[in-house]
Ligand binder design. Structure first.
Ligand code: RTP
Ligand code: MG
Length: 144
């Protein structure tokens, strides 16, 4: 019998407030779909302080935590769940390094990020976190 591959094939992303403010939603979605990702859930929403503090709880001892929460809550974001073989790793490659100065040519952060803090997009860093983050933003009925 054929069994479905057990490799996780989904990741979670946000187009952050800087990229929304700068008019890059369309450009970023074009890069994502051109790279072979399928959008299985998507919404336009604004995080509350409580949401952002919970989402980024892993960073709560970092010096940039308050700045990060203020940034991520200052305007709307686009959040989405993306599907592709090897999604987490391939998406991290597509977005590029956290600091756009270090990001490779053609990556989303190289093209659209402002600086290390306002870096245009989020991408989950593991299959486990992709599942947690997707479930944080979407109910089962919002995922297709
Ligand atoms: P992300 O989680 O957003 O995909 O980014 P990442 O893995 O590349 O970076 P991470 O270390 O998880 O940091 C999360 C977000 O915090 C902001 N940051 N600011 N001011 C700073 O030095 C600084 N460092 C990180 C960025 O928005 C980063 O994406
Ligand atoms: Mg991260």
């Amino acid at each position: 019998p054929k069994f479905r591959k057990m490799t996780t094939h989904r990741t979670f992303t946000m187009i952050k407030p800087d990229a929304v403010e700068n008019g890059h939603i369309g450009g970023i979605l074009e890069k994502i779909t051109s790279a072979g990702f399928t959008i299985v859930a998507m919404k336009y929403t604004q995080l509350s302080k409580r949401d952002a503090q919970a989402f980024y709880a892993i960073h709560k001892e970092r010096p940039f935590f308050d700045e990060l929460v203020d940034f991520m809550t200052r305007g709307p974001i686009v959040s989405a769940i993306l599907e592709k073989e090897n999604a987490v790793e391939d998406f991290r490659a597509l977005i590029g390094a956290t600091n756009p100065e270090d990001a490779a040519e053609g990556t989303i952060r190289k093209l659209y990020a402002t600086d290390i803090a306002e870096n245009a997009v989020h991408g989950s860093d593991s299959d486990e976190n992709a599942a947690i983050e997707g479930a944080f933003h979407f109910s089962g009925r919002e995922i297709y």
